[in-house]
Write a protein that binds this ligand. Structure first.
Ligand SMILES: [Zn+2]
Length: 148
C-alpha cells in the first residue's frame, strides 16, 4: 500500500537542535530513522536544552511543554515515543556557565530532560541520543526510569 499524507502515521516525535551548521536532521534521517518510518521532527535552536534548564530558558521550556509537545501528541496519536537528540550546542551560551559545560554535562542534561518528559507524559516512551563528531553515528544515552 502506498502511503499518502492521510495514511502516514508518525511513530515518534523527535526533538533536536535546528542549527543548520551541524545539520542534525540530515544525520538523524541517515542514522536513526529506519527506512519507511516517519518520525515527526520538532526542531528549534537549542533543542531539549530548555527541558533541563527551564529556570534559565522559561520561554523555550513553555513553548515545548505547553504548546509543541502536547499539540504533536494530540495531532499524531500514533506517536508513542519522544526521542531527544543533543549535541555540543552553542545555545548553552544562554545558560550561566553553560559554555563551560562538558560533553558529559550535556549528556546528563539529556537524562534530566528525558526524566522530565516521563513525569509529564507518563504514557510516552522517551529515549535520548547525543550527536558526537560530525557525520558519525549517534551515542545512545542511557536514561534510567525514575520512580514517581
Ligand atoms: Zn545546537
Amino acid at each position: 500500500m502506498n502511503e499518502t499524507e492521510e495514511t502516514r502515521t508518525a511513530k515518534k516525535l523527535i526533538i533536536y537542535c535546528s542549527d543548520t551548521r551541524v545539520d542534525l536532521w540530515k544525520r538523524i534521517k541517515k542514522h536513526l530513522i529506519p527506512a519507511g518510518e516517519w518520525w515527526q521532527p520538532l526542531g528549534f535552536l537549542g533543542g531539549a536544552i530548555s527541558l533541563a534548564h527551564s529556570e534559565h530558558l522559561p520561554l523555550e521550556y513553555a513553548v515545548l511543554m505547553v504548546k509543541q509537545i502536547p499539540f504533536a501528541i494530540r495531532k499524531f496519536p500514533t506517536i508513542k515515543e519522544v526521542v531527544l537528540v543533543g549535541h555540543d550546542c552553542g545555545y548553552y551560551e544562554d545558560i550561566p556557565r553553560g559554555m563551560n559545560f562538558t560533553v558529559e554535562d550535556k549528556e546528563k542534561d539529556l537524562r534530566k530532560a528525558a526524566a522530565l518528559l516521563r513525569r509529564h507524559f507518563p504514557n510516552m516512551k522517551v529515549s535520548a541520543f547525543f550527536a558526537e563528531k560530525k557525520d558519525s553515528e549517534f551515542k545512545r544515552i542511557k536514561c534510567r526510569r525514575t520512580k514517581q
